[in-house]
Design a protein. Structure first.
Length: 281
């Protein structure tokens, strides 16, 4: 094979993953995982609409992206639990940067071990906490999909990526957390995994419903992403993963771009687990 022909093939393969001239929307863009998805989409050439709660502080990761890519990254206020707020944000982003071709439903409520608030044994877990996780993680994702995905279906094209979790498929291993101090031991709430499992099921629903409209709907379920966790947690988690470590930001970007781009043009209704093999054993 000639060098020139090899370059053409390489260029063509790379082009499958490009999102040049596409508008992508990311909910919960200013938090922990949001900047990872935003950066991946920007690197693939997209213009990105970042949806976040009004007045919510931006993480250092998001601020860095904003300073580097101000011409292709715009923030819009949006509360995904409020239909009017979603419709207002959608109208503004269409007016200012164009119709979205990619939607990343990332916004959600988790329960980090170091989060503030009182701990409860399972028998006394406040129903308000459970309800809030379902309201944001499931109902919020549903409403954004209604508004943004409905527009995609009407136009005849689009890619939706719902952010799930490894806990959509398996129960939390509470032994990962049992070394953490506190009068009441930390307990990973059943609401988180239940809401994410529902998101994965809803992914399949919309994939089947809108497949004939040219809209693909998939889920990306990350494993634990390394951050400021304590060393004992990182060691325990790594021992539980076939690849022996927590996920890094770079591990997540390629899978997202794959699902968002035409590289996955015949993939829909799929849950892609990016968990280092956590759910394999």
């Amino acid at each position: 094979m000639s060098v020139g022909h090899s370059r053409v093939l390489a260029s063509g393969a790379e082009g499958w993953f490009r999102l040049d001239d596409h508008v992508a929307l990311v909910t919960g863009a200013c938090g922990t995982l949001g900047p990872i998805w935003v950066e991946a989409l920007l690197e693939a050439g997209a213009r990105v609409a970042a949806l976040e709660l009004p007045g919510a502080p931006a993480s250092a990761g998001y601020k860095a992206l904003e300073s580097r890519c101000r011409d292709r990254l715009r923030r819009f206020d949006c509360d995904i639990t409020n239909r009017d707020s979603i419709e207002t944000a959608a109208a503004a982003l269409v007016r200012e940067i164009g119709e979205p071709a990619v939607l990343v439903n990332n916004a959600g409520v988790d329960q980090p071990p170091d989060a503030g608030g009182a701990r409860s044994p399972i028998e006394a877990l406040p129903i308000e906490q459970f309800r809030r996780m379902v309201e944001v993680n499931l109902l919020g994702t549903f409403q954004v999909t209604q508004v943004i995905g409905g527009g995609m279906a009407a136009r005849g094209s689009g890619s939706i990526v719902n952010i799930g979790s490894l806990y959509a498929a398996v129960s939390p291993d509470q032994r990962l957390y049992d070394h953490m101090p506190g009068d009441v031991p930390f307990l990973k709430s059943p609401a988180y995994g239940a809401s994410k499992a529902a998101v994965v099921n809803m992914t399949k629903y919309f994939a089947a419903l809108w497949g004939s409209c040219g809209v693909r709907v998939n889920a990306l379920s990350p494993g634990g992403v390394q951050g400021a966790q304590d060393d004992q947690f990182k060691a325990k988690y790594g021992a539980r993963v076939p690849l022996g470590r927590m996920a890094q930001a770079e591990d997540l970007k390629g899978p997202l771009v794959f699902l968002a781009s035409r590289a996955s043009s015949y993939v829909t209704g799929h849950e892609l687990r990016v968990d280092g093999g956590f759910t394999a054993w």
